[in-house]
Write a new protein. Structure first.
Length: 290
């Protein structure tokens, strides 16, 4: 694993920092097609209309996910420069977190599923925003996931209540039921990510010592006859609550260190989320920096 950090004055510099970090970790970059690749993972990385967009593929030129995911203006709040970035690069997973305007955070991530036996490539990709504008900001909660026709959960595999693929901010190519990148039979009314963890997330932080447990980030595919199949179990990221953590704080658990971030913007006074913040919902990334 490698850890990289720095500042970027625009999206071009941010994209280049991500490309450079991935290059040091065995990824290849094709500047003509704007595709990062490693093994069976292919990612088109572009700057479009003021957004950094990520599109998963099954080859360098084909097999696109149904939509892109993005970093950029969320609601009425644009990115502000210079922004700081942190890149957490592992053999099979890459995470980028950006911080701007003091307490705003966005992220993108991609990798290869560790779940065995998937007929597809197993590549997953996510970011703060789907391809829709998210013009109304954020909708996130611990009951069913959140997000609507003009919002984002701003969280990875949190699940949505969206009515179209444009509201999804994560995709995974399992190809179960010959459905390629789709996470569900239908995109209406079902959360497919965080739902199984809802009871535990609702109990954090614990009353005994005010700490928050780090919970697995997993996602499933909805199958025929109301069955579910696990399709991702991330190695280097965890769900948590950030009530008693400062964004960027490093937590040591045994021999592992984890860096804590809010999904978008912490608001301890309104801990279950809102249109301009994600309350105390957050995540932890495995940290092997200085």
């Amino acid at each position: 694993m490698a850890y990289y950090s720095g500042t970027a004055n625009d999206l071009t510099a941010l994209r280049q920092a991500l490309i450079d970090a991935c290059g040091l970790e065995g990824w290849s970059w094709n500047g003509t097609t704007e595709v990062l690749s490693k093994g069976t993972m292919f990612l088109r990385l572009q700057i479009v209309s003021g957004y950094l967009t990520l599109l998963g593929r099954t080859s360098a030129t084909a097999g696109d996910a149904p939509d892109v995911v993005r970093i950029g203006q969320l609601g009425s709040t644009p990115l502000a420069y210079p922004l700081t970035y942190e890149i957490f690069a592992f053999a099979g997973e890459v995470y980028l977190v950006v911080n701007y305007s003091v307490d705003y955070y966005q992220w993108c991530a991609f990798g290869d599923s560790t779940v065995q036996g998937l007929p597809g490539s197993g590549m997953w990709v996510g970011a703060s925003i789907g391809s829709s504008a998210a013009s109304s900001g954020v909708t996130i909660d611990a009951a069913y996931g959140g997000a609507g026709s003009s919002t984002t959960t701003a969280a990875l595999f949190w699940g949505t209540n969206a009515v179209s693929g444009a509201n999804r901010n994560a995709w995974l190519h399992s190809d179960l039921d010959a459905q390629g990148w789709w996470l569900a039979q239908t995109l209406t009314g079902e959360s497919i990510g965080v739902k199984a963890s809802v009871p535990l997330i609702g109990l954090l932080p614990n009353a005994w010592n005010s700490e928050a447990v780090l919970l697995p980030i997993r996602t499933w595919k909805i199958r025929p006859s109301n069955k579910l199949s696990l399709i991702a179990d991330l190695e280097n990221a965890r769900y948590t609550r950030v009530d008693n953590y400062t964004p960027g704080e490093i937590v040591t658990l045994g021999s592992d260190r984890w860096k804590i971030f809010p999904w978008y913007r912490k608001d301890a006074a309104n801990r279950n989320g809102g249109s301009s913040h994600t309350g105390t919902f957050g995540w932890a990334l495995r940290y092997e920096g200085p």
